[in-house]
Design a protein around this ligand. Structure first.
Ligand code: SAH
Length: 309
């Protein structure tokens, strides 16, 4: 049995036939996760019973990379190049070597090295950056909760014994909110899950869910379509820009707006270009805006970070 969700309808009196039911989300058995796993090309992941209480070892299944590997003796190391596809490659690069790899570098430094070497997905680079911004007890927002991987990552960062932290997570699709709720049910205990509130709403309204006087440390956007879902249900540039403006208003100084933009689907590049044009004009006295982009993989996702000074 799944734990009760903190799902809120938005607006509060909205028709439950249109919006997601207030009722508890029932666990649909293992088939859900096997479907999620097999259908999610952007987030090939395994679900662990409780990663907060039993954190995984640092390597997290990723191949560790030496920042300055010695020349490869031929026949010992085999490298499979990343396909030049539009979304995150599921396999990334595999390196088989008879020489044990050196221990990975800690923190964002190691993740950046792996990204540069083609062994880390953009979303995981974003998570690693968040860890340097978000503190326990913070209020954060997942503006596009989808299958819940970002919500879960954020929850791990804000949860502590004070139970003051909150993750406000939202999506316009009922199936996305269900997936997020189920992922949380199977990844954290009910007490931890209570720190997440799920909202069936458009992210342009995100300011309405944050209590008065509370400032937000981080707002995460993972744009495009729901992995494994309806590819026609995508984020759109006009609402995305309004949502970024809404995020700017509720963010505290020292906070971050993090955007993963996908340019491989119809409308995705236009959405990214509008974000790029908008954020390029933000005053540098109050915003530090940067992007991280693969130059020779034109369809790879682009990371955009907006740091509020
Ligand atoms: N962060 C998710 C992936 C997000 S995919 C994960 O970790 O799995 C993009 C999501 O944005 C989809 O689920 C889609 O339904 C949602 N979305 C699209 N338009 C939206 C809007 N206007 N407001 C909120 N969510 C939206």
């Amino acid at each position: 049995m799944a734990a009760a969700t903190s799902l809120r309808l938005y607006p509060p009196n909205s028709n439950p036939l249109i919006f997601f039911s207030r009722k508890m989300v029932q666990f649909r058995g293992n088939s859900f996760f096997s479907t999620l796993r097999s259908s999610s090309s952007r987030f090939p992941t395994s679900v662990h019973p409780n990663p907060i209480r039993k954190p995984k070892p640092k390597s997290n299944g990723a191949v560790s990379v030496h920042p300055n590997p010695k020349p490869k003796p031929s026949g010992i190391v085999s490298v499979r190049p990343i396909p030049n596809g539009n979304l995150e490659p599921s396999g990334l690069v595999s390196i088989a070597s008879s020489i044990p790899p050196p221990p990975p570098l800690p923190g964002v430094e190691g993740v950046m090295m792996e990204y540069i070497c083609g062994q880390r997905r953009a979303t995981l680079v974003a998570h690693s950056v968040w860890k340097h911004i978000v503190r326990e007890g913070d209020t954060v927002i997942d503006a596009t909760c989808g299958n819940g991987h970002d919500t879960l990552a954020l929850l791990k960062m804000i949860a502590d014994d004070t139970r003051k932290g909150r993750v406000y997570a939202m999506d316009v699709q009922k199936v996305a909110l269900e997936n997020t709720s189920l992922l949380l049910d199977h990844s954290v205990n009910p007490d931890e899950k209570e720190l997440v509130e799920l909202f069936s709403m458009c992210h342009t309204q995100m300011g309405d869910v944050v209590p008065d006087g509370v400032k937000v440390r981080l707002v995460a956007f993972n744009l495009g379509y729901l992995p494994g879902g309806d590819k026609k249900m995508i984020t759109r540039s006009d609402t995305t820009l309004l949502a970024i403006e809404a995020a700017q208003k509720i963010l505290m100084p020292g906070g971050l707006i993090s955007i993963v933009a996908y340019v491989g689907h119809l409308g995705g590049r236009e959405e990214f270009e509008k974000i790029e044009a908008f954020t390029s004009k933000l005053p540098f006295e109050s915003w530090n805006c940067c992007k991280l982009q693969m130059l020779n993989r034109p369809l790879a996702p682009v990371l955009v970070f907006l740091f509020k000074r």
